[in-house]
Design a protein around this ligand. Sequence first.
Ligand code: ATR
Length: 274
Amino acid sequence: NDLYAVIGHPISHSKSPRIHGLFASQTGEALEYTAIQAPLNGFENTVTEFFARGGKGLNVTVPFKEAAWQMAGRHSARALKAGAANTLYQDNGVLVADNTDGAGLVKDLLHNHQVALKGARVLILGAGGAVRGVLAPLLLEQPHTLVIANRTPAKAQNLAALFADVAGVTWLGSQAYDSVTGDFDVIINGTSASLQGDLPPLSVELIGADTVIYDMMYAATNTTFNQWARDNGAKRVYDGLGMLVEQAAEAFEVWRGVRPQTAPVIASLRTLTA
Ligand code: ATR
């Protein structure tokens, strides 16, 4: 069987082995997918060893996505601007970095939740690696507006400047949380604030009954952000479980050339986390 793995630190909580295991049995692909915890100072060595013993592909998660990008000899177009990689494989001895997170987010919004992005006014919260990783695919969907807001406004400004040349968007800019106003169709939380039970201090005025709320994180119960949105009247509230499965499907397709079905896998994981 061809060998694949997810690599991170910590890694024991990762759902990727289960997701890829379900993809493999569904598509009949003969592969084995495990989880590897790399030492914090030993990511490159662990990757090199994995491919040296015949490994075919890696998914990369926290905190190694930037290191994976740095280490690669080639980058897919969508990984290039992301500055971070969640998918690695070898091509003629060259380590190739891809980033399927943005495609996963877009697919989850478009296909699983029927959220239109073309012409939409989108607000995205956060300006760390998670947001940077999804900006190019989001912009390529041609939203009307994409506003980036962040606790540290300079980081949001930097990202807006960095992605200003990506085709599609009519207006790309940044704002501080407390000055964000206007009508947004979609609000995406790409901060890790939920992990500490924190909320970006946004005005509740931003939430209308039709506003789509999306937290890139997921949890068995509502994330802090999603709970806040529901408490303030949001009806269309989604977490990032679908994005997780969709980014995995995208990586599976990059490696195997076969597109797995995601809906049954999302349903299976939802049952497990419920
Ligand atoms: P990731 O790869 O998950 O994006 P990161 O690069 O450390 O990780 O970025 C974390 C993001 O969550 C940042 O946008 C961060 O805001 P700052 O840039 O101002 O640090 C945001 N964040 C983390 N904890 C937060 C909190 N308690 N409140 C608001 N924003 C928070």
